[in-house]
Design a binder for this molecule. Sequence first.
Ligand SMILES: [Zn+2]
Length: 140
Amino acid sequence: MKKPSRKAFITRRLTFSAAHRLHSAKLSPEENRRVFGKCNLPNGHGHNYTLEVTVAGPIDATTGMVFNLTDLKDVMTDVIEHDIDHKNLNMDVPAFKTLNPTAENIAAVLWDLLEKRLKPGLLNEVKLIETENNFVSYRG
Ligand SMILES: [Zn+2]
């Protein structure tokens, strides 16, 4: 009987910087300040984000790899440099014209951008670290 292939998860990390303002039109100015704190400052503010992208799949018998990390790095760099890095998310990124750029929503948008560029079913998790103590995991 053939041994089932082993599945592994591999992760690549990338850092970037972006500005945002968190604000909901459904909340009053006071509620916005209370819910979003500093992230509701009228002119926005910046974060140094860390993005961790995990892909998962069987370990290839020939290469011993799930996916080439250099290819993953290239896809991530392309998406981040082109669409996100050093941008004002609210003003410069079409996805956030109507979507509040919370860590949750940024992770979901990055998932969509990355998934389009990868083999179907390969992307496993997008983890976005917004501050030293706060991060979000999104799995599609
Ligand atoms: Zn913020």
